[in-house]
Structures are given as C-alpha cells and as structure tokens.
Design a protein around this ligand. Structure first.
Ligand code: ATP
Ligand code: MG
Length: 263
C-alpha cells in the first residue's frame, strides 16, 4: 500500500490581479521506502507540491494522505530539509541537532545518545562545537540532514537541498544520502531541477509541466546503484528527460517574454 497518496490535487494562488494554477490534477502514489524525485524547471510547482505534502501550505482542491490520514498540517511523520541552511546561527552543531528532541521533551541521556550517533553517522564529530557560520555549505547541509534525522520521521521531504553546493560536494552528499536512505529505510521525496541528480538518486522521477503544474512523466529508473553518470543507460535517460524538461523550460521562457512585453 502506498504511504503518500495525492489524489486530484489542485493548488491555485490568487493575487490581486491574477490567478496562478500552480498544481492541477496531480495524482501520485509513493510507496514506503521509495526514493522519488520531482523534476522540472523553475515555476512548475515542485515546491508547492512538496509543501502540500509537508502540510505547510494545503492544496485548494483534492486530498493528500500519509499512511491513510489526510494531511492537515505539518507532523512528526514528515521532516523537511530546505535549500537554505535552516540552522540556528546561535547554536552549535550539536545543539542544532538536539533542538527538535528538546522541543519533544526527550530525556537528556536519550538526546545525547542520538546526537552522538548522528554526529558519527554524518561525519560531523569534529564539528560538534562549531557554529554554522564557521562551516562550509556542505557541512551545514549535513547538519540540516542530521537535524531532520534526529526526529526519526519515516518520511524525508527535501527541496533542492544540494542546489547551492559545488559539484564535488554535491556528489559527496548525494552518496551520503543514498547510504542513509538504504540504511534507515526512509521514504524520500526530493525536489530538484537537475536531471543528472534525479537519475543518480531516484527510484522514480516525476517530471512536471510548467503552469499549470501537472505530471508529464512518471519514470521508473531501473539502473543498478551506484549509478555511473557516464554509463549508456544513464545517458539515454538523461537525453530523454532532457527533452521533456526543455519543452517545459521553453514554455517558462515564452511566458517570461510575454510578461516582459506587457511591462
Ligand atoms: N505564495 C504564492 N503566491 C502566488 N504565487 C505563488 C506562490 N508560491 C508559488 N507561486 C507560483 O506558483 C508556481 C509554482 O511555484 P513553485 O515555487 O512551486 O515552483 P518550483 O517548481 O518550486 O520552482 P523553483 O524551481 O524556482 O523553486 C509559480 O508560478 C509561482 O510563481
Ligand atoms: Mg521550488
């Protein structure tokens, strides 16, 4: 049975002078333990869909359920990792990781044990007493991931978490994330506009269209891991998805030209 189910989901943003249909007729099922990427150009509704699953901003139509229960707001079963490092600058690495557990009023000893385990798991041991400003972008994202893992949510929602990182750090963290995913059995819904990243990571890639945001292709990736980005199957799929994404990218560009013409 699917763990996350979106049925006929719509999201319309109304502003003073117009309406934006950000999501339209989204039907999507994600199984427990699956790694799914949402892929598409800017403005196609990836974050809107992720935020709807997170419960931060509910759909204007349709329903999303998690383990059979309709999503009505954020919950401990869903953890979110953002692109910007959502860390508290006044707390050390260890304190940042511990924060959610303290809010949950967990026992001190239990918090300490979980924090040590996560510092170990994410190779952050030498950084436990540093502050976020003294860390590289990659390290900060490790802390952000550790912080979500501390809460042990079965579902991880990730919105372009590696988008701001250089290529090598990004690959490193992708490998790390796959390792954690295999070890911990989480369900991951991961937003990216990188075709290569989606093929490297996902069991399934959901390609979205630009305005209205609909599902253009639900693509299973059968290439065995670890995946070789220079391999034949990888590049075949990259070409195919590239074609799909470019079509939407073009619609986005046309739209922007139209808006510019009005100004
Ligand atoms: N709060 C809002 N009010 C009005 N329109 C919004 C709002 N949030 C998003 N939109 C619009 O909804 C559409 C989808 O936005 P969304 O942020 O989900 O796209 P995205 O795929 O995540 O893009 P990006 O890759 O740039 O992050 C866009 O056209 C955007 O302008
Ligand atoms: Mg977004």
């Amino acid at each position: 049975m699917a763990q996350i189910v979106a049925s006929n989901v719509q999201k319309v943003f109304k502003t003073a002078d117009r309406e934006v249909v950000a999501l339209k007729d989204i039907d999507l099922e994600i199984a427990r333990g699956e790694f799914v990427c949402l892929l598409g150009p800017s403005g196609c509704g990836k974050s809107t869909l992720l935020n709807a699953v997170a419960g931060f901003s509910l759909p204007t139509g349709g329903v999303i359920t998690v383990d059979g229960k309709p999503v009505q707001g954020p919950g401990p079963d869903r953890g979110m990792v953002f692109q910007e490092y959502a860390l508290f600058p006044w707390m050390t690495v260890a304190e940042n990781i511990a924060f959610g557990l303290q809010v949950q009023k967990k026992q001190k000893a239990e918090i300490a044990a979980t924090v040590s385990q996560l510092l170990e798991m994410l190779n952050l041991k030498d950084f436990r007493d540093r502050f976020p400003k003294d860390l590289s972008g990659g390290m900060r994202q490790r802390v952000a991931i550790a912080r979500v893992l501390a809460l042990d949510s079965p579902i991880m929602l990730m919105d372009e978490p590696f988008g701001a990182l250089d290529a090598l750090t990004r690959r490193n963290l992708q490998d790390e994330l796959l390792r954690l995913w295999e070890r911990l059995g989480k369900t991951i819904l991961f937003v990216t506009h990188s075709i290569e990243e989606s093929i490297y990571l996902a069991d399934r890639i959901v390609v979205m269209t630009y305005r209205p945001g609909t599902i253009k292709r639900d693509q299973r990736v059968d290439i065995p891991r670890p995946r070789d980005p220079s391999g034949h199957a990888f590049n075949e799929l990259k070409r195919e998805l590239g074609r799909l994404v470019m079509e939407e990218q073009q619609r986005h560009a046309d739209d922007e030209m139209k808006l510019a013409a009005v100004d």
